[in-house]
Design a binder for this molecule. Sequence first.
Ligand code: NDP
Length: 388
Amino acid sequence: MAINRRDLLIASGGALTAAMAGRALAQEAQGQPLMGNPTLPLPPQQRMGWAVVGLGSFAVGQLMPAFGDANRSRLTALVSGNPEKLARLADTYGVEHTYSYDDYDSIVDNPDIDCVQIALPVGLHAEYTIRALEAGKHVLCEKPMASTSAECEAMIAAARKAGKVLGVGYRVHFEPTNQAALAMIRGDDIGPLRHIRAEHGFQADPENWPPHRWRLEKQLAGGGSMYDIGIYGINTSLMMLEGDAPMSMSAVYAYPKDDPRFREVEGGVDWRITMRSGAVVSGSSSYCYSPYHSKQTYIGAKSSLRMDPATTYYENALWHEHGGRGTQIPAGAPYTQFAGQVDAFSEAARAGRPHATPGEMGYRDIRLIEMAYRSADQGGAPVSLEGI
Ligand code: NDP
């Protein structure tokens, strides 16, 4: 059947009438007020500008993507010793400013950089942190803070002299599952903590995973498994024991002495800290564990918490153990910890107030690890932690 122009106009007019009749039955579109007074992301030009230094596996895999979820921080500069990688990553992320290690000090002239994140091997943390502070930038340095407590002191002194904020990248403080555990420990259900057990380790594999190579060289790593992975047990346990203080420590080395991987740094340590309250934290760290271990247990006077895994990037889990039962506590996606950390540091830097995990905390932890080594060197003799 042929349809002429007049038929088409009649047909479309009918459709319009039908649509209008339907609309008359529905509500009119109306604007509504902004609900719940939300914290809005800052517009890009008002965010703190960040430079990431050292574009290795952690920087590329976790730190740089975090800026995509951040609300108060933006990635403005990259620093690397590899020009091809630097150009490719800058292009991919639309980062305007790039530097090599040789022209790193010229960040002083760049107003787009407020904060610097150090993601280099540990033996380079102190030098690159101090150079950034001297360039007038705030610094978030990756864990562990430095190779020695003397280096930590120099970093803290440089931050004070520059009047800038210095933090250590203890991301777990911003991780929802650990925040939920801390909230429960602060509440009534767990009671005073009596014992914490911390187990952290993996199988160091320098042949197949290049980032493990420098971790076995003392000059670049500072120390062994305690520096890289055991530090999670120390720092996270002390986070849960807020208000308490470590009083004494003993430790023994725990790894095969004939393993060629451990010529320069230790492959494992079993350690124990007695707190002022009488609570005990006992932990182990190792480069000889399979599979990857990241476990924390908090035994309280009334009930207990178990976290397995406890401090990983994506999949931490928390159980409340009480009355013969274990209840899993949902807490939110662990990957938000990276953006949470960078935004919290941006806010602290903007306000000129200490970050939640300041340089002093990183210094404390390096001193505790030095004490663990001191005890282990004496076959496990207790060492005093008074004053740490
Ligand atoms: P990688 O070996 O993967 O990366 C280190 C990067 O540092 C290299 O890619 C390189 O970047 C740069 N670099 C400069 N000099 C050297 C050198 N002499 N040898 C090796 N690399 C050098 O290490 P990670 O990314 O695993 O670790 C980097 C830092 O991040 C460490 O401090 C580590 O403790 C910390 N970290 C923190 C984690 C956390 O969860 N908070 C997890 C993993 C690591 P380029 O080529 O761009 O110059």
